[in-house]
Design a protein around this ligand. Sequence first.
Ligand SMILES: Cc1cc2nc3c(=O)[nH]c(=O)nc-3n(C[C@H](O)[C@H](O)[C@H](O)COP(=O)(O)OP(=O)(O)OC[C@H]3O[C@@H](n4cnc5c(N)ncnc54)[C@H](O)[C@@H]3O)c2cc1C
Length: 460
Amino acid sequence: MEERAFKTQNSMKFEEMELSGFGKYPKAKCKVTRPTGIEDLKEYLKEGPMVGRGLGRSYGDAAINKGGFVAESIHMNRFLAFDESTGILRCEAGVTYENLLDTFVLRGWFPPVTPGTKYVTMGGAIASDVHGKNHHKAGSISSFVLSFNILTASGKVMKCSREENSDLFWATVGGMGLTGFILDCEIKLRKIESPYIESKAVKLGNLNALFDKFEEYDADYHYSVAWMDIVAKGSSYGRNVLFLGNHSKLDELPEKLKLRSKEKHIEKKISVPFEIPFSTLNKVTISLFNSMIYMTSKNKENFEHYDKYFYPLDSILNWNHIYSKSGLIQYQLNIPEDRGKEAVDKLLHKVVSFGGGSFLAVLKKMGDQEGILSFPFRGYTLSMDFPVKKGTIEMCRKLDEIVLDYGGRTYLTKDSILDEVTFKKMYKGLWEKWMDIKIKYDPENKFTSSLGRRIGLCPS
Ligand SMILES: Cc1cc2nc3c(=O)[nH]c(=O)nc-3n(C[C@H](O)[C@H](O)[C@H](O)COP(=O)(O)OP(=O)(O)OC[C@H]3O[C@@H](n4cnc5c(N)ncnc54)[C@H](O)[C@@H]3O)c2cc1C
């Protein structure tokens, strides 16, 4: 069993360990604490600046504080109250989507917005203001957060909602943990009749067709996302598969699935057991993988369990190991709706011109959003995974230029490379507004992170 080396500073216990996000890039030594409640956190705050951390599913350094304290919410994971008549749940910040799904799906409730992994805490979801395949219809998680309690730098717990301390509410959703430690929250769940999704896959030969189909299916489907083969060239350039879905009604399901709807779901998992010492991903393997997905996809309508539909990658534990020790960068951008197609085309050409490809590339439609630093706005969001290797960062800088030209921005929770100047251009008018609130509640920067310092939201 792994020996854990706990150290103490005054009465505070911490573990010095190397942390990273899901992309395993960058990595930094931090002092990790696992508070069990407010009193612990208040003590920790006296010892030095810190940042909150959930399950570390942000890709870069948002939940890392190089050389400093990181407070993990793992022991703050209790459900506090649930109102069956309204679907309003109150829970601690360390409750995960997995906990929530395991407890509430069989009772007929579902998270109103879910990211592409269920290994995310509610605190992490609020701090990143996560979105799902339904952003254009429903908004991001903050649209369903009624209130939260947050421990601020002064040691005071403040209740925040749209009515109470609303400035802190809007600075905290999407505020990447830099306004305080979220203790618990109140969110409204969505009523469902079954754990199944009535899904439809549509294979499309090019980008134009995809943008048309997004519009065509908008009215009929709550969820939509497209997987794109961004390696294919010539006549196959821009080919993609659009995945659509709605929550299935019980009486629409075949008998077999009606019965299964009442059973607890048991997920089968496989694992990539260790970090592969060299990157298995290169032009050839990425191209083969992408061709295989496209070729094996069929135009079909189906009933899929929510687990398979929303979290296909969760069944492969540690799948980020395939990117080798040097890790991966997930580059997620959002571009205004009116020039979306043109920008996506330009970005894809730029990736191809660098000889790059992306193991996974997805395109989604986004709607409006209110949080000050929340990533979404009405437009199109494209996410691409790149192995960290020579030339990757240079390519991302070129992509940044295109994103800026089109009035877009990249997503902080996925980011590991953005510099201060580019960030401040992308979030112009917003970061200044956010900073006023940060100074009001945390003038001494007691909440800080590696990301916050890198992009100039906290002093270095
Ligand atoms: C496979 C995969 C798919 C994903 N798909 C999506 C997607 O579809 N949409 C999307 O929006 N995101 C997506 N994400 C990103 C993920 O949803 C976010 O990064 C989320 O914030 C991670 O939650 P976490 O609990 O692991 O938080 P962490 O990664 O630990 O932290 C994320 C941020 O939240 C802050 N934070 C955490 N807990 C607290 C707290 N209690 N108080 C204050 N701040 C806190 C941290 O300081 C940090 O800034 C995906 C990630 C992966 C790995």
